[in-house]
Ligand binder design. Structure first.
Ligand code: ADP
Ligand code: MG
Length: 690
C-alpha cells in the first residue's frame, strides 16, 4: 500500500464510503494519512456530579434514577432522564433517541460524557444538565481513558470512528518511502522520522509524542514552502525594470476627487510604490496592513499609473466573490471619476464565450486592467503589455501561481497585499523575496467596533438587536462553522441556521445563506445581492472572511466562536465597521468555560490584529494547535506561523544551507529530496476556491 493506493482497497470501504471520503477530497491512502485530526479528545477520569464544572466536557459515572419526560416538538422527539451518584443529580436530554428509554435501565450505572450546563432553578439554587451526552459502560469507558482520541473532520454519513478505523488499517499496511532528508539534517534539528510522525499525529501516545509529531510535519511543510520561495527569490531579485512608470495627472486628479484623504500611512506606502515603479529595478513589494486599513485604493492607484503610462495591469484575488467585488469597485470609480481604465473581468464561472471575448480584449490591449481569480494565469491568456501584477490576500495562492502570473509579462512589477499581521522577523523569512511596506493606521472616520462575548442564552436578545439594526437600514452577517448538518453534531451549520433565523426574525427581513459548496455563479449572485442590499442578513461560512467590503453591514455575529482562531475572528470582525455607522460584533460561545471566555475576551480588549495574534498564542497549549486555524491567508496544512515560529526558523536555516551546498539538488544524495519537493510544489498549487 502506498500513497496512490485507492481508498476502496481498504477493508470495510465500499462504494458508499469511498464516495463519502471523496466528498472530503480524500481519494487515496496518501490523502487519508495527510488528513490530520482537527483535534484530540481526552477521556479523563469520571467526576462526581457535585463537582462537575459548568461549561466543560465532563464524564460522570451515575445511575439512572428515572425517566422524567418525553415529548414531541414538530418532528423532534425529546427524552429527559435523571441521573444521580450520591453527590448530586443531573438531567440529561436526548433528541430523536426514543429507544434509550428501553436501553437505559433505571438503577443501571453508566458513564455519561458531555458538556455540563448549569442553570438557575426555582428554589434559588442551580441545576445541572447535559444535552445529548455519549453513553458508555464503565468498562468501555476505561478502555479509552487518558488516551488522546483523534477527532477528524467529517461529512454527513461518515463517523469519526469509521475514519479512525480506516486510518489504523492504512497505517498498518502503508509502506513509507525512504526519508528524503539525510540523517544529519534530521538529527541536527531534533526531528523524528516521517513514519513515526505520521503514526503519532493520528494516534499520539501522549502530549509529548504529539508535539514531536507536529514538529516534524510542520518542518516538512515549512521546508518545502521556503525552498520554493527561495527559488522564486532567485528568479525575481534585482530584475531590470522594463516598465519605468512615471506619475501622471491621472493619479493626482483621482486623489483630489476621492471623498477622503489618504491616511499618513497610505501616503507613505503610495510614495514607496511610486519610487519602485520609477526605479531601475522591478518592484517586488508587499503591503501589510490590518483589515480595513485601505489597501485596495493603493492597488488601484498603482494600476492606474500603469494604465496611464499605456500599459496593462492585472489584479488577482483568491476568490471569485472578491474578484467580482474589486471589479465592481473599479467600475464604480471609472463611472464616478472618469479613470482611464478599460477593465475586464476574468473568472472561472464565466461562459466559454465570455472568456473568449475577454481573452481577445486582453491580447489586443484594448483592456488595460484585468481583474480575476487564478483564471488570469491560465495558458490561454495572452497579455499585450503587462507591466504590473497585484495579488490580494496573496498567501491563498501558492508561490508558483504568483510566479506564473509574473511570467505572463516580461518581468512585470509585483505588488502583494496581505492582512496577516506578522512580526518583521517572520515576515522576512516568509516573504523573503519582497520588500515590505506597512500600513499601521486605520482611516480616521472609523468608530471602534463594539464587541460582546456571550453564551447561547443571549440569542433571543441578539435576534432582537439584529432586527433593530435591519430596521435602521443596516445589514448583518452571521457566521457558522459548517455548511450543512452532520459534519459535526454540536456545531451550527449555515443551511439550518438560515432557516432558524427566518422564523426567528420578522417576515420582511430577507435572510440568505452562502457557503463554499455553492456554485461560483450562485456565490457571486448572492454576494451581489447582499452588496445591493436586497438581502438583509447573510448567514455564511468563513467564505466571507477575506476581503469582502460592504460598508452598510454593521453587525457581525459569530456562532461557535470558540471554534475559530482569534486571528480569524479578527478578520471576520473586519467585515464590519467599514462605514461611518457604529458597528457591533457578537461572539457566541457554546462553551462558556472560563478559558474559552478569557480567550475570546482578548478580542474584546483590542482591535489590533498583531496584539490579538500574539495574545492568542500565549493562551494555547500544544493540543489546541490542530483544532484552531490561524488566519486563512497562510494555507499551511498544519504549520502555524505564530506558534511554530521556532520551527520556521529551523526550516529557513536548513533551506539556506541546502541552497549553499547544492542549489539545484543535483547531487545524488539529494535525489529523493528533489523528487519530494517537486511533488510538494505540484501540490502547492492548491487554489482553494472557497
Ligand atoms: P483592506 O485594507 O481590508 O483591503 P479596503 O481597501 O477594502 O480595506 O478599505 C476598506 C474601506 O475603507 C473601503 O470602503 C475604502 O473605500 C475605505 N477607505 C480606504 N482608505 C480610506 C481613507 N484614507 N479614509 C477613509 N476611508 C478609506
Ligand atoms: Mg482587502
Amino acid at each position: 500500500m502506498d500513497r496512490n493506493t485507492e481508498m476502496i482497497e481498504l477493508k470495510g470501504v465500499g462504494e458508499k464510503t469511498r464516495a463519502l471520503f471523496a466528498k472530503m477530497g480524500i481519494e487515496t491512502i496518501g490523502d487519508l494519512l495527510a488528513a490530520y485530526p482537527r483535534d484530540y479528545e481526552i477521556y479523563k477520569d469520571p467526576v462526581k456530579i457535585g463537582s462537575a464544572a459548568a461549561g466543560e466536557v465532563c464524564a460522570v459515572h451515575a445511575a439512572v434514577s428515572g425517566i422524567v419526560g418525553e415529548k414531541k416538538v414538530r418532528k423532534l422527539s425529546i427524552l429527559n432522564i435523571n441521573i444521580s451518584d450520591g453527590s448530586g443529580s443531573m438531567q440529561l436530554t436526548f433528541f430523536n433517541m426514543p429507544f434509550l428509554k428501553k436501553t437505559l435501565k433505571p438503577g443501571g450505572f453508566y458513564v455519561f460524557r458531555g458538556i455540563v450546563q448549569r442553570s438557575p432553578d426555582r428554589r434559588g439554587g442551580y441545576s445541572l444538565s447535559m444535552d445529548q451526552p455519549r453513553i458508555f459502560s464503565l468498562e468501555d469507558y476505561r478502555k479509552q481513558m487518558n488516551q488522546l482520541v483523534p477527532q477528524y473532520s467529517l461529512t454527513k454519513g461518515l463517523t469519526n470512528q469509521a475514519v479512525r478505523k480506516c486510518v489504523r488499517q492504512a497505517l498498518t499496511f502503508y509502506e513509507f518511502a525512504p526519508e528524503c532528508y539525510d540523517h544529519g539534517l534530521l538529527q541536527g534539528n531534533g526531528l523524528i522520522s516521517e513514519k513515526e510522525a505520521v503514526e503519532a499525529i493520528h494516534f499520539p501516545a501522549d502530549m509529548a509524542a504529539l508535539a514531536q509529531a507536529r514538529k516534524r510535519l510542520v518542518f516538512d511543510e515549512f521546508f518545502a514552502f521556503l525552498f520554493l520561495m527561495r527559488k522564486n527569490k532567485e528568479f525575481s531579485q534585482q530584475l531590470q525594470n522594463s516598465y519605468r512608470l512615471s506619475e501622471t495627472a491621472d493619479t493626482i486628479r483621482f486623489l483630489e476627487k476621492l471623498p477622503f484623504p489618504l491616511t499618513k500611512a497610505q501616503q507613505k506606502v503610495w510614495q514607496e510604490i511610486k519610487d519602485d515603479l520609477g526605479s531601475p529595478y522591478c518592484m517586488n513589494r508587499l503591503i501589510q496592513g490590518d483589515v480595513g486599513s485601505g489597501k485596495t485604493i493603493l492597488a488601484v492607484l498603482a494600476l492606474l499609473m500603469a494604465a496611464a503610462n499605456g500599459f496593462q495591469g492585472a489584479m488577482m484575488a483568491p476568490t471569485e466573490v472578491l474578484a467580482v467585488q474589486h471589479f465592481e469597485t473599479v467600475q464604480g470609480y471609472v463611472e464616478k471619476y472618469g479613470l482611464a481604465f478599460r477593465p475586464v473581468l476574468l473568472v472561472g464561472s464565466m461562459t466559454a464565450k465570455e472568456k473568449k471575448a475577454a481573452y481577445g480584449r486582453i491580447a489586443s490591449g484594448e483592456a488595460n486592467l484585468v481583474i480575476g481569480t487564478h483564471a488570469l494565469i491560465q495558458e490561454k491568456v495572452q497579455y499585450k503589455a503587462l507591466a504590473l501584477v497585484v495579488t490580494d490576500e496573496q498567501h491563498r495562492f501558492g508561490v508558483r501561481q504568483r510566479e506564473s502570473l509574473a511570467e505572463k509579462g516580461e518581468n512585470p512589477h509585483i505588488l502583494v497585499m496581505s492582512a496577516t499581521p506578522i512580526p518583521r522577523t517572520l515576515a522576512i523569512i516568509l516573504y523573503g523575496d519582497l520588500h515590505i511596506s506597512v500600513i499601521d493606521e486605520l482611516p480616521a472616520n472609523r468608530l471602534p467596533i463594539k464587541n460582546c462575548v456571550v453564551n447561547t442564552s443571549y440569542r433571543p436578545k441578539a435576534y432582537q438587536f439584529i432586527a433593530g439594526e435591519v430596521r435602521k437600514g443596516h445589514q448583518v452577517y452571521v457566521i457558522c462553522p459548517q455548511v450543512e448538518e452532520g459534519e459535526q453534531e454540536d456545531l451550527e451549520n449555515v443551511v439550518d441556521y438560515a432557516e432558524k433565523l427566518r422564523s426567528a426574525l420578522p417576515a420582511e427581513i430577507q435572510v440568505a445563506y452562502l457557503h463554499g459548496k455553492l456554485r461560483p455563479a450562485d456565490k457571486n449572485r448572492i454576494m451581489e445581492e447582499f452588496a445591493a442590499h436586497s438581502i438583509d442578513v447573510l448567514v455564511s461560512t468563513t467564505v466571507i472572511e477575506v476581503g469582502i467590503n460592504v460598508p452598510n453591514a454593521t453587525v457581525m455575529m459569530v456562532e461557535n466562536a470558540e471554534r475559530f482562531g482569534l486571528a480569524q475572528l479578527h478578520q471576520l470582525r473586519g467585515r464590519v465597521g467599514r462605514g461611518d455607522s457604529q458597528s457591533y460584533c457578537i461572539f457566541v460561545s457554546t462553551r462558556d468555560n472560563q478559558q474559552t471566555m478569557e480567550r475570546l475576551q482578548i478580542l474584546n480588549r483590542s482591535n489590533d490584529g498583531f496584539y490579538i495574534a500574539s495574545e492568542d498564542l500565549k493562551m494555547r497549549g500544544p493540543g489546541e494547535l490542530l483544532g484552531i486555524r490561524q488566519s486563512g491567508e497562510f494555507s499551511f496544512r498544519i504549520g502555524d506561523i505564530y506558534a511554530d515560529a521556532a520551527v520556521l526558523k529551523l526550516a529557513a536555516d536548513a533551506v539556506d544551507q541546502l541552497l549553499l551546498d547544492d542549489p539545484h539538488l543535483i547531487q545524488p544524495e539529494h535525489e529523493r529530496l528533489q523528487r519530494h519537493l517537486a511533488d510538494m510544489s505540484a501540490n502547492s498549487v492548491d487554489f482553494r476556491s472557497i
